[in-house]
Write a protein that binds this ligand. Structure first.
Ligand code: FRU
Ligand code: MG
Length: 597
């Protein structure tokens, strides 16, 4: 080696140049340890009410899911999580649970669930349940007993006295604080029976558990234990930022008002009127998540087998989100918190620089050793092709599958399903009904993302043989459905299959990533692993064509081959790319394969 001294900006830096030997030796293949099942899986969200109806009542059910388990094998999905399937009055379609140990009758029986688990496991598919710890239905035994002050249940929920009657209307009691529910209106509801208010951060029928009560904390372990004993592979954990609220003991015995946002188009009953200082992201809630992780890890120790996982759900800023992974003191939390950045921070308006910036934000803030994940849609938000542009479906699925970590798919994304139209008359979502009216409901409604799955172009898109479905089937099902996409030579589904198959390559499971904008419109994502083939995604997220220089893509050795391309690309799989420049059409995505680094 030859030592040289360079002077950069007045600072002397010693640089060592390796003398190139004439015989360059190829890099040694990296040592690759087996990855735990969840670290690189494709995780698919089923919204059970809308997936597949087996009995013609217009409502999806467990037998319907069982009948379509092969779909996951065919699509290349490794694990499914189902929105709640437990007994519920269905005010919030299952997120208001009245019995955490029972299957909801419209969805089937415990035997059906056991069969689902058994068959899924036989097919190599993991099954996760939705664990909803923040609240229970006001029809649950817990609430009924608590309202009656049955011993042992008195403090199961967050009960509070009224500061007194409303000065303008003596028959109405004033709530303990100005807290606003996620679905609009006061977060406090008066109980005539108990002569106290109870807290509900969501619907009136969803009472918030009191997590300062050790009995409640124990009951959460009991619920998890019950389903783990049945054989569930873990849980998606719901609505965590709302688990705890300010403790009156810290505020002179009363519940403190949240500060006002000062945004004057909000009225006091509307979400946005206050800043949720005392109602969201409280630091104490993380200790509960860390407790759950200890519980699940202990369960695995006592019941050896594949890892049981916790994937946490919460919309919060990046700092508060990362705390779900664990903290710097060494506490460990969820296996990962869902990454909603593609939903909350990117849209059809975003350019390539926005995409890269938002993707790198997660990867930058994620604690060491964390497993990243990418979510493109769910039952609470407009569907992915609707939030972005229709011609971006394959590019977005490519990003999802080529980024490191876990790829999350919401049912329908594999075929590019868009929002369905739901009239005000047909609207059933509690959020839309509470926050909106005939003119404004579409701003809030989650129904468009929950319309039934499109299996084929038959009656009710093959979802149900019933006369009527619980939400209308979207009109575009004759064009966008699974059966057609299986037949078509090129389709979103075929691209999706090619992408999930590609994830079996070591480069995607273990490789390094490099992502950058080439222009305002086009980004690259490069995945490399020494001695293994390199994969490069080029994706034009703009609504106009864009020409980019190939020599600015690191590690891309030309000529390269198109592995898969978006359905409207005129470069078919197998096409050779070997030029200085490439012009990508609006929304066009190319996944290229090139020689190892
Ligand atoms: C996610 C969600 C919603 C539900 C709420 C309360 O935010 O799952 O779908 O309404 O939590 O459980
Ligand atoms: Mg049914």
């Amino acid at each position: 080696a030859v030592a040289a001294l360079a002077v950069v900006g007045g600072i002397a830096i010693g640089i060592t140049f390796a003398v190139l030997s004439t015989q360059t030796t190829a890099p040694a293949p990296p040592e690759l340890l087996p990855l735990d099942w969840w670290k690189h899986c494709v995780l698919y969200q089923i919204y059970p009410r809308s997936f597949k109806d087996s009995d013609g009542d217009g409502i999806g059910d467990l037998k319907g899911i069982i009948s379509e388990l092969e779909h996951f094998v065919n699509a290349g999905v490794d694990a499914i999580w189902m929105s709640p399937i437990f007994e519920s009055p269905m005010v919030d379609f299952g997120y208001d649970i009245s019995n955490f140990y029972k299957i909801h009758y419209e969805y089937g029986t415990m035997e059906d669930f056991e069969e689902l688990l058994k068959k899924a496991h036989e097919l190599g598919i993991k099954v996760l349940l939705d664990f909803v710890p923040n609240h229970a239905s006001t029809e649950s035994e817990y609430f009924i007993n608590s309202e009656k002050r049955v011993p042992g249940y008195e403090d199961y929920f967050v009960w509070a006295d009224s500061p007194g009657p409303d000065p303008n209307n003596a028959s109405v009691m004033r709530p303990p604080s100005n807290w606003v529910s996620q679905f609009g209106g006061s977060a406090w509801e008066w109980s005539e029976a108990r002569q106290q208010f109870y807290l509900h951060q969501f619907a009136i029928e969803q009472a918030d558990f009191n997590f300062r009560n050790p009995v409640v904390r124990q009951e959460m372990f009991n619920i998890m234990q019950f389903w783990l004993d049945k054989g569930a592979d873990g849980f998606r954990v719901d609505a965590l930022p709302y688990l705890m609220e300010a403790n009156p003991a810290d505020h002179n015995g009363s519940y403190p008002d949240d500060p006002l946002s000062g945004i004057n188009h909000f009225e006091s009953h509307q979400l946005g009127y206050t800043i949720p200082l005392y109602t969201k992201d409280l630091i104490e809630l993380y200790d509960i998540v860390y407790e759950w992780r200890e519980f699940v890890d202990k369960y695995l120790e006592d019941n050896p087998g594949d890892t049981r996982v916790l994937f946490s759900e919460g919309y919060a800023n990046v700092t508060m989100t990362m705390l779900y992974y664990g903290n710097e003191e060494g506490a460990v939390g969820a296996h990962f918190p869902f990454n909603f950045d593609f939903i909350t921070d990117l849209s059809a308006k975003s350019n390539a620089r926005d995409f890269v910036y938002i993707i790198l934000r997660w990867l930058t803030y994620m604690p060491h050793g964390g497993v990243p994940n990418w979510v493109f849609g769910n039952h609470d938000n407009n569907r992915m092709p609707t939030r972005f542009r229709h011609n971006m479906v394959d590019g977005l699925n490519s990003l999802n599958m080529l980024l490191p970590g876990v790829a999350v798919t919401y049912q329908g994304e594999e075929i590019g399903m868009r929002d369905g139209y739901v009239s005000w008359e047909d609207t059933v979502d509690v959020e839309a009904c509470n926050r909106g009216d005939e003119d404004t409901y579409q701003l809030y409604s989650r129904d468009p993302a929950r319309t039934p799955y499109h299996w084929n172009n038959g009656t009710n898109a093959g979802f149900s043989t019933g006369e009527k479905t619980w939400l209308p089937v979207a009109d575009d099902f004759t064009e966008i459905n699974l059966a057609k996409q299986k037949e078509d030579v090129r389709s979103h589904y075929k691209v999706y299959q090619a992408l999930t198959a590609l994830r079996k390559e070591k480069t995607l499971a273990y490789g390094e990533y490099d992502i950058r904008a080439l222009s305002d419109s086009t980004q690259y994502l490069v995945r490399t692993l020494p001695t293994h083939r390199t994969y490069v995604l080029l994706f034009n997220v703009a609504d106009t064509a864009d020409t980019v220089r190939m020599d600015r893509v690191p590690h891309l050795k030309l000529p390269a081959t198109v592995y898969v391309s978006s359905v409207h690309s005129n470069r078919l799989a197998g096409t050779t790319i070997d030029g200085e420049e490439v012009t990508l059409q609006a929304g066009e995505a190319l996944v290229l394969r090139s020689d190892p680094v």
